[in-house]
Design a protein around this ligand. Structure first.
Ligand SMILES: *Cc1c(COP(=O)(O)O)cnc(C)c1O
Length: 469
């Protein structure tokens, strides 16, 4: 353990301090509110405090410390200018009347029309504060649409088996019954399995395209006309719009409602679950149901106008790239993903061989090193070993269609050199697994924490130091 890994309370020495304040005037506080015993705060010098926080920050892994190829989450690098711009608006209180800040209104109008142009939707609401929140908003809107037509029977929603877990969860929260449609062996929605599910009870279908396996649903036009033909609407989960930006638009594919994850595709740091923004866009015939737009938009799903800081970052990102460069993002992300896939498919099992979009899935090691009495290395072990080499692990054990899933999404923001060094390390780990799987099974060897019990860490987190610890 290094000296500064010690906790601040252990470094504390009475009388030390990192601040100097002018003498406070004598104020008589009522006895009922005055403190009876001293606050238990550590006494530290300024360098102790600075080193404490700097060292803490280095115990974490972020996209600013290294490559973070987390499939389905688009951990692209977040340009630093995006952090400066929200700071310029820090003085605007959420209760300021809209008329007093016309510039902010212009920002909302600007990003609304930029996103409409990128997606082929008519308008967006910026109230939803996450992707899942957007899904719920969009589904409520679909229900309202059917109900407004006197069509009360549409209570079922079709969701593919490859969908992100939030899709069925949002549908259930919205009171819709989820009907699963199976993927074919090619990882795409099987149109023949879809047909018998359609009927007068179907509110719509939720889809991601490219889907969660990183594959483009090539039958989307046929699917759209089948679902519309039965009276349902098409919901597009645009959390991972990255590969489509400036290339293909959900509106042109026939989708009626969609959400975007500004915190994924439009560069807001989002490790650890926030902050987020999941604006919902609709085709022209549904604008009247959109919060803040139509006279039927009684729906309100958050206070004020959503997560303004995230919206600003997204707008800055779009304007910095500009109309002519936005399409490069998706193309580069797709090229990077295919480059890694092709470079590693002799060491890692590749269940779906076709060209991928922004991400793809391996199904564990080709040779996991298992032999008599020695268990082989798993996907978890590969992920842990990657940390020793300074790379964040890809998404693992998702999607659920494969038992040893490793889902890799490099994004467009990485250089060829970074991709090459990741490939080299992944090949080295595959070699290590074949020769000495125990080395992987005991990894990571170089990080402050190795293999915490993730359930306990999530359910009973220890967030502060107490003496009994
Ligand atoms: C991340 C993601 C979501 C959910 O977004 P949150 O902001 O985490 O609620 C939904 N669908 C897909 C495909 C995603 O990748």
């Amino acid at each position: 353990m290094r000296y500064y890994d010690k906790l601040v309370f252990e470094l504390s020495r009475e009388g030390r301090s990192a601040f100097s304040l002018p003498q406070a005037p004598d104020v008589c506080l009522p006895d009922s509110v005055s403190r009876k015993s001293a606050l238990e705060l550590p006494s530290l010098s300024e360098p102790d405090v600075v080193r404490h926080y700097t060292n803490l920050s280095q115990m974490n892994f972020g996209v600013d410390t290294g490559f973070y190829p987390l499939g389905s989450c688009t951990m692209k690098y977040n340009p630093k200018i995006n952090e400066e711009i929200p700071g310029m608006f820090a003085g605007v209180h959420p209760l300021v009347p809209a008329g007093a800040v016309p510039g902010i209104r212009k920002i909302y109008e600007g990003i609304d029309s930029a996103l409409a142009e990128l997606t082929g939707m008519a308008h967006f609401t910026f109230e939803p504060c996450a992707g899942a929140h957007g899904e719920l908003t969009g589904l409520m809107l679909i229900r309202q649409y059917h109900i407004s037509r006197g069509d009360f029977a549409r209570t079922r929603i079709i969701v593919p088996d490859s969908a992100h877990g939030t899709n069925p969860a949002s549908a259930a929260v919205c009171g819709l019954e989820v009907v699963e449609v199976k993927s074919g062996p090619d990882g795409l929605i099987d149109v023949e399995s879809l047909k018998p599910l359609l009927g007068p009870q179907i509110a719509g279908i939720m889809m991601t395209n490219p889907n969660t396996l990183g594959l483009f649903e090539k039958d989307i036009a046929q699917i759209a006309s089948l679902v519309h033909g039965c009276g349902g609407l098409l919901y597009y989960d645009g959390a991972n719009m990255n590969p489509l930006l400036g290339v293909v638009r959900p509106g042109d594919m026939g989708f009626d409602v969609m959400h975007l994850n500004l915190h994924k595709t439009f560069s807001t740091p989002h490790g650890g679950g926030g902050p987020g923004s999941g604006p919902v866009g609709v085709a022209p015939h549904l604008v009247e149901f959109l919060p803040e737009f139509g006279n039927r938009g009684e729906l309100r799903v958050s206070g004020f106008h959503g997560n303004f800081g995230v919206i600003l970052r997204a707008y800055a990102y779009i304007l910095m790239l500009g109309r002519e460069n936005v399409p490069m993002a998706g193309r580069l992300a797709t090229l990077s993903a295919n480059y890694i896939k092709e470079s590693l498919k002799d060491c890692y099992r590749l269940p779906l061989q076709s060209i991928c979009k922004h991400e793809f899935v391996f199904d564990g090691l080709v040779n996991d090193g298992a032999r008599d009495g020695v268990p082989g290395a798993t996907t978890l072990d590969v992920a842990k070993r990657l940390l020793d080499y300074g790379f964040h692990a890809p998404t693992i054990y998702f999607p659920l269609l494969f038992h040893q899933a490793i889902m890799i999404e490099p994004t467009e923001t990485e250089s060829l050199e970074t991709l090459d060094s990741f490939i080299e390390v992944m090949r080295k780990i595959a070699q290590e697994a074949a020769q000495d799987p125990t080395l992987l099974r005991t990894a990571p060897h170089n990080t402050p924490i190795g293999r915490p019990d993730e359930t306990v860490a999530a359910r009973q987190p220890v967030l502060k130091w107490t003496k009994s610890n």
